[in-house]
Write a protein that binds this ligand. Structure first.
Ligand SMILES: Cc1ncc(COP(=O)(O)O)c(C=O)c1O
Length: 365
């Protein structure tokens, strides 16, 4: 397939073809640096979750800033990251079928790989595969810290750890727990109370495993919304934030600790007296966390997108918008919007610096 349409470095933003994900490089790089600085001061490590950015371009920036490795949500994402030479990948998720475990082994053959487990059966399957591939696979026990997604209860963690320690081909590295449910609490103090309650479970699992004998080298937790709560706790060794890199509309409602770095550049394709139509829709912007909003211009009210169109109601200065003009939108959910695009158009001082492929898009298997 021809890629000739990709714009050259130096192209002004307003000449980019749309809809396009535009990244403000200064803002994203400042976010990466800020998270790393926080972690260094707190004496913990950052293992950024690349489920947000899905791109080795950003993973490498995070590693160069000091991250110890990355997280990838799925084997498919991990395959893309391993192919790009990323040296250490944690899949904080359960990989359970023969087919996927085989692919996991191929990733682990080239890259230091750690995976989460929450069942004895999975431990046994991973052990057999690692042994037959001659691989040592790192394993973290996922603890259910209150999200009620994956993970075991803290009180059975020591038994599971004992099984992992005995399992050939597996290296017991520690525990993880994701307190994502606490981000629903937008008030900081409320979120802190919830997050501390969640982390009690993770830390008690770590201590019961240690009491039983096995060392627990990794205690991994947190996302963007709890980085500065969980990340300050004695006993946590690393955090797994993802969204901080670009900060979507939803996270900007939680806090402004990090800068918004991502917009969706769109074009007005039709105009009537008080409304217009943008060239984006459900195939280029997600609405699972709400309708996107316009940035950098007053008087644009964004309607619910349909497949390829988004109606906008116009007032004030926005009535000057003409067919062909650009409107920048902020998606409420970055991850699901990014997953629909092939490229980031990375911009500095209003000009394109790099087009970065989103190789992990659609890699949900
Ligand atoms: C296991 C795990 N760790 C970390 C994160 C990162 O969260 P955030 O994007 O909120 O920083 C997620 C997000 O869903 C997650 O599932």
């Amino acid at each position: 397939m021809s890629q000739d349409w990709l714009p050259l470095p130096g192209t002004p933003v307003e000449e980019l073809d749309t809809p396009a994900i535009v990244i403000d490089l200064d803002a994203a790089e400042a976010n990466i640096a800020k998270m790393q600085e926080f972690a260094s001061e707190a004496g913990i490590s950052v293992r950024p979750h690349t489920k947000t950015n899905k791109s080795p371009y950003w993973a490498w920036k995070q590693l160069h800033a000091g991250a110890i490795g990355i997280c990838s949500a799925k084997v498919g994402e991990a395959e893309q990251m391993a192919a790009a030479g990323i040296p250490e990948i944690l899949i904080p998720n359960q990989i359970v079928t023969t087919r996927k475990i085989k692919r996991l082994m191929s990733v682990a053959a080239t890259t230091k790989t750690i995976v989460a487990v929450d069942s004895e059966a999975n431990v046994s399957d991973l052990s057999s595969a690692a042994t037959s591939h001659g691989i040592e696979l790192g394993v973290l026990i996922e603890i259910n810290v209150g999200m009620d997604r994956c993970g075991v209860d803290a009180d059975i963690a020591a038994d599971l750890a004992a099984s992992i320690v005995k399992a050939p081909g597996l290296r017991f590295d520690g525990v993880m727990g994701y307190e994502g449910h606490t981000v629903a609490a937008r008030d900081f103090e409320e979120r802190k109370t919830e997050a501390l309650r969640a982390m009690d479970k993770l830390l008690s699992a770590a201590s019961s495993i240690r009491k039983a004998g096995p060392p627990v080298n990794i205690v991994s937790a947190a996302g963007t919304g709890t980085y500065n709560i969980t990340g300050q706790l004695e006993g946590i060794t690393e955090i797994q934030p993802g969204s901080y890199i670009f900060m979507d509309g939803d996270y900007l409602e939680v806090f402004e600790d990090f800068q918004p770095a991502m917009t969706l550049l769109t074009t007005v394709i039709s105009r009537t007296a008080d409304r217009g139509v943008l060239d984006c829709g459900l195939k280029s912007v997600s609405i699972d966390r709400g309708t996107p909003y316009a940035v950098g211009i007053e008087g644009v009210e964004v309607g619910k997108p349909s497949e390829e169109h988004t109606k906008i109601s116009l007032s004030g200065e926005a009535k000057n918008l003409r067919v062909g003009d650009n409107v920048s939108l902020r998606a409420m959910h970055g991850d699901t919007t990014i997953n629909m695009h092939d490229y980031y158009f990375c911009v500095r001082d209003g000009k394109l610096e790099t087009v970065a492929p989103i190789v992990g898009r659609g890699k949900f298997r």
